[in-house]
Ligand binder design. Structure first.
Ligand code: NAI
Length: 370
């Protein structure tokens, strides 16, 4: 067992989640590498000092470049708004340091492509922080589909709906400006990543995005509030996805339904400890979706809790993610989703925005190396 100095850039919502995860992951998963909370960077010295004290880092800085340069920072987690992801990533990889970057990677497709190039040139571990697909239930769903338990998949329906901007008087912020910060750019990537993980590559799509509230206290809104995609997967399945930050009543509507020739699966993050499975066998009168509560038999559940049905939560997904990042660093092996896997999500988003502007179907370029 050896120590590794962790630097986290950003101490807001996700910076805190990653700090807590790095503090806990060694105990939960008995990892070979044990994180040391070395340094946290924020937008000012004052806020960095506040985060340092609350999360237990040794040092804080108002200059992320200092964090990246520091010899005792051996791995970096990026939890800032996306406009900064590329610069921090390129500086870290130029020094050969592993990076886990919050989704949706870059602030544009070009930024994301540059980030993949920097990652692969450096050879350092790289991962995109797609946490929701790491719940024990969603990991189990992925295994069931891959093992053919619901037969040939014919249909995928997914959504990511929340209501944090449903109130038109909620003030403007970094989230209401810039394409990569809108609903298609920022929320949709989680569910698109799930679709790619569960079903496989998307080959073509037609999409629409819409800004419902174009003015908010503090500024104009120049990105979308809600969005939808109709798509075709490489394996022939049809798909439909919708996304919203103004879906009144939905708090974490990350939900999907997958239909196959021998069964179906349903999942809703608002009930994240349950997976609904339908098997098209047995007497018709006894058929129906069964609610399966997650437990020690499901992926990554047991290290958190010995009791079935007791449940895991949001923070636990981030701890699983931290375990995977440490594993990539320790073994030198790629751990899904790498930056290149993240780029596949960005390509779908880019095609969707192009489709929405042109009001037509778009092919989604696939990556020959994926
Ligand atoms: P936030 O607004 O809560 O926090 C942003 C942090 O970035 C703040 O601590 C701020 O000090 C820091 N920051 C801003 N400019 C900086 C600079 N120049 N140097 C150093 N630090 C700077 O944002 P939030 O919600 O934590 O989002 C951060 C990232 O995480 C975004 O990429 C977002 O898309 C992603 N995200 C992911 C979620 C998930 O479930 N995986 C959920 C929410 C956000």
């Amino acid at each position: 067992m050896s120590e590794i100095g962790i630097g986290i850039v950003g101490g807001g919502y996700m910076g805190k989640a990653h700090s807590v995860a790095m503090a806990a992951v060694g105990a939960v998963f008995d990892t070979g590498l044990r994180p040391r909370l070395e340094m946290i960077a924020a937008s000012s010295e004052d806020s960095a000092e506040r985060y340092r004290r609350s999360f237990g880092f040794r040092r804080g800085t108002g200059d992320w470049r200092q964090l990246v340069d520091d010899p005792d920072v051996q791995a970096i987690v990026i939890a800032t708004p996306q406009a900064l992801h590329r610069d921090i990533t390129e500086a870290a990889f130029a020094r050969g340091k592993p990076v886990m970057c919050e989704k949706p990677m870059g602030a544009s497709l070009a930024d994301s492509e540059a980030m993949v190039a920097a990652a692969e040139a450096s050879g350092a571990a790289n991962m995109v922080a797609y946490n929701y697909i790491r719940t024990p239930a969603s990991q189990f769903a992925r295994d069931l589909i891959a093992d053919g338990e619901i037969g040939t998949v014919t249909w995928f329906r997914g959504e990511h709906t929340e209501d944090f901007y449903a109130d038109p008087s909620a003030p403007a912020s970094w989230r209401t400006s810039g394409e990569a910060n809108g609903t298609m750019g920022d929320l949709a990537p989680h569910m698109i990543n799930a679709a790619l993980a569960l079903i496989g590559p998307v080959t073509s799509l037609i999409a629409e995005v819409e800004t419902v509230h174009s003015e908010r206290p503090g500024g104009k809104v120049d990105n979308d509030d809600q969005a939808q995609i109709m798509c075709r997967f490489a394996n022939g399945a049809m798909g439909q996805m919708h996304f919203s930050r103004i879906a009144t009543g939905r708090k974490m509507g990350y939900a999907y339904e997958v239909h196959g020739t021998r069964g179906a699966i349903r999942f809703d993050q608002e009930d994240q400890n349950a997976l609904w499975l339908y098997r098209a066998d047995g007497p018709e009168a006894e058929r129906g979706f069964r609610k399966i509560l997650t437990g020690p038999e499901h992926p990554d559940y047991l290290p958190f809790c010995q009791g079935p049905g007791h449940g895991t939560g949001y923070q636990d997904q981030i701890i699983i993610e931290a375990r995977d990042f440490l594993r990539a660093i320790e073994t030198g092996e790629s751990v899904w989703p790498t930056f290149r896997d993240g780029l596949a999500v960005n390509r779908v988003v880019h095609a969707a925005m192009t489709s929405s502007r042109g009001k037509c179907w778009q092919d989604v370029p696939t990556d020959p190396s994926n």
